[in-house]
Design a protein around this ligand. Structure first.
Ligand code: SAH
Ligand code: F3S
Length: 487
C-alpha cells in the first residue's frame, strides 16, 4: 500500500515497475525476466505466470541482459502507465541489440487493449498475451521459439487460475495476495478495466481455502483477498456473475457471497490476519461489516474508493450511489467498527467537473477524514463511455490544482488519523526492516498503518504489542511491550 507520505509517487504509481525473482531451481535452463506495473492484481498474476513458466524450464533473473525471455505485465489505467511501458520497451530494444536471442512478451491490460496492434506499433514485441490467457503461455512460447509472433487475448468465462499455485515472488514470507474474483461488471464510465479484464467471475471458495491453508503452513501470517470489486464475490458453481440468474435453485441455495467467504476464511485460519481489496460502495453490504466486527483476525480497514463527492459527477461516472448513501455507509462502518480505518481513491478533473463539484469532493473528504488515499488526475482512456460521450474539457492546470488541493487535504487528515493512535498499545505484524533504519522493524497495525519500532529480540512474522509514542502523517513510531496473544 502506498501511504500519504508517498502521495507524489501515488500519482505516478503505475510507473513504479518492479522485477521479481524466483528461487533458483538448478534443473531449469532458460532465464525469465519479469517486470510488473499497476495494481496488486497484476503483481499477483505475475506470480501465476512465474509458476506456469517454472514448469516450462524457466528460472527468473533480475539481470535483464542475461534473459532469454522478457515479460512485462502492463497497466492501462491511465495514459501515463502506458507511456511508461512504451519507454521500457525502448530499453528492451537496446538490450536486444546485445542479446539478439532475447524474446519480449507483453502481458496484462495493455496487451488486451491493443491486441495484435501491439506487434505493429512496437517491433520489439514477439508475443502479446491478455490477462486470461496465461495458461496458453507454453504454446505461445513454442510459437515464438519457432520464429513466429504469438497473440492470445481471449477473455474467459471462468476464474481461470484457481488451480495454479502461485510462486511467491520477492516475498517477505509474511504477507501474500489471494485472488478471489477476476474482471469487473461495474462499467464506471472512466475505467478501462471492464474492457481489459472482462466480465466478473468468482473463484471456488474451496480452492481459496486451500491456498490460505497452504500459505499458513508455509509461515505466512496475513493475506489480502483480491478482486476489482470483492463485495460482488458470488460463487454458485462457476460461470459469470451476470449469469447467476440462470443458476438452478440448488446452486442459488448453496451459493457463497463475500460475507460468507470472509467468514469461511476467518474460521479456517483463526490466527491468519485477513484483509481485502477493493470494496465498491454500491456493493458493500452490512453483513460484510458485521462479519469484520465478529472476527478479530479480519483487519479493521476498508479501502472504499469514491472518486468524487459530487452527485452530478458520481452519476456521470456511473457510480451507482449518491454522496448521501456513501455517508450512510461510512456512518454504519463507524458505528459497527468504531476504530476502522478507511481509505479512498479520488479522481480530479472528470469531464464537466465544476469548481462547485470539486468543493463537494473536498467537503466529502472533510466528513470522512480518510486515513489515506490514492489520488489521480482524470486521464481519458480510449473506448470507455466517458471517452466516447464526454469531452475531456478540464484544462490540465485546473486538474493539477484540484488534485493538489485534494492531496493537501488528505495529508492533513492522514496526520489527524495517525495522531489518534499515539499513546495506545497496538498489535503489529512485523513485515521486515524499516526503510530508514536497520535497527528498527517495520510492520502494520490492524488499520494498515505502518508502525516502526526498535528490533530488540523480535523477528519477522512475529505479532508484537507496540506502544505508539509519536507519528508523522503516514507512520507510527513506538516501542515493543511484548508478544501479542496471536503468536
Ligand atoms: N476496483 C478497482 C479499481 C481499479 S482502478 C480496484 O481494485 O482498485 C484504481 C483507481 O484508478 C480507481 O479507483 C480510480 O480512482 C483510478 N482510475 C481509474 N480510471 C482512471 C482514469 N481514467 N483516470 C484517472 N484515474 C483513474
Ligand atoms: Fe473500474 Fe469501476 Fe470496476 S473503477 S475496476 S469499473 S468498479
Amino acid at each position: 500500500m502506498i501511504r500519504n507520505e508517498e502521495i507524489e509517487k501515488v500519482i505516478d504509481e503505475s510507473q513504479q515497475g518492479s522485477t521479481m525473482t524466483l528461487e533458483k531451481n538448478e534443473g531449469n535452463q532458460r532465464k525469465l525476466y519479469i517486470e510488473s506495473y499497476g495494481c496488486q492484481m497484476n503483481f499477483s498474476d505475475s506470480e501465476i505466470v512465474a509458476s506456469i513458466l517454472a514448469k516450462e524450464g524457466f528460472n527468473t533473473t533480475q539481470q535483464l541482459e542475461e534473459a532469454d525471455l522478457v515479460l512485462v505485465n502492463t497497466c492501462s489505467i491511465r495514459e501515463k502507465a502506458e507511456l511508461t511501458v512504451r519507454k521500457r520497451l525502448e530499453k528492451f530494444n537496446a538490450v536486444k541489440k546485445i542479446n539478439p536471442g532475447m524474446k519480449v512478451g507483453v502481458l496484462g491490460c495493455m496487451a488486451e487493449r491493443l491486441k495484435s496492434k501491439f506487434l505493429e506499433e512496437e517491433k520489439i514485441v514477439d508475443m502479446v498475451v491478455g490477462p486470461d490467457a496465461y495458461k496458453d503461455l507454453p504454446n505461445l512460447i513454442q510459437e515464438i521459439d519457432e520464429g513466429r509472433n504469438a497473440v492470445n487475448v481471449i477473455l474467459s468465462k471462468d476464474e481461470t487460475y484457481g488451480d495454479v499455485a502461485p510462486v511467491r515472488l520477492n516475498s517477505n514470507g509474511v504477507t501474500a495476495f489471494v485472488s478471489i474474483t477476476r474482471g469487473c461488471d461495474n462499467m464506471c464510465t472512466f475505467c478501462v478495466v471492464p474492457f481489459t479484464r472482462g466480465r466478473e467471475r468468482s473463484r471456488n471458495p474451496q480452492s481459496i481455502l486451500e491456498e490460505v491453508n497452504d500459505l499458513w503452513a508455509k509461515g505466512f501470517k496475513e493475506i489480502t483477498l483480491l478482486g476489482q470489486n470483492v463485495d460482488s464475490y458470488l460463487w454458485y458453481g462457476g460461470g459469470l456473475k451476470k449469469d447467476f440468474e440462470k443458476a438452478t435453485e440448488m446452486q442459488k441455495a448453496t451459493s457463497v457471497n463475500f460475507a460468507k467467504l470472509l467468514e469461511m476464511v476467518a474460521q479456517e485460519q483463526p490466527k491468519m490476519r485477513i484483509r481485502f481489496s477493493t470494496s465498491n460502495p454500491q456493493d458493500m453490504t452490512l453483513d460484510v461489516i458485521e462479519t469484520m466486527a465478529k472476527y478479530t483476525n479480519i483487519c479493521n480497514y476498508i479501502h472504499l474508493p469514491v472518486q468524487s463527492g459530487s452527485n452530478r459527477i458520481l452519476k456521470a461516472m456511473n457510480r451507482l450511489h449518491t454522496r448521501e448513501e456513501y455517508f450512510e455507509l461510512i456512518d454504519n462502518i463507524r458505528t459497527i467498527i468504531p476504530d476502522c480505518a478507511i481509505s479512498q481513491d479520488m479522481i480530479a478533473g472528470f469531464p464537466t467537473e465544476t469548481e462547485e463539484d470539486h468543493q463537494d469532493t473536498l467537503s466529502l473528504m472533510e466528513y470522512v477524514k480518510y486515513d489515506f488515499g490514492f489520488m489521480f488526475a482524470y486521464s481519458e482512456r480510449p473506448g470507455t463511455l466517458a471517452a466516447r460521450k464526454l469531452e475531456d474539457d478540464i484544462p490540465e492546470e485546473t486538474k493539477k490544482r484540484r488534485l493538489r488541493e485534494i492531496i493537501d487535504l488528505q495529508q492533513k487528515h492522514g496526520l489527524y488519523r495517525t495522531q489518534q493512535h499515539v499513546g495506545k498499545v497496538e498489535e503489529v505484524l512485523i513485515e521486515g526492516l524499516s526503510k530508514k533504519s536497520d535497527a528498527h522493524w517495520m510492520g502494520r497495525n490492524s488499520q494498515n498503518t505502518v508502525v516502526v519500532f526498535p528490533k530488540e529480540q523480535y523477528k519477522v512474522g512475529d505479532f508484537v504489542n507496540v506502544k505508539i509514542n509519536e507519528c508523522t502523517s503516514a507512520t507510527l513510531i513506538g516501542e515493543a511491550v511484548g508478544y501479542s496473544d496471536n503468536n
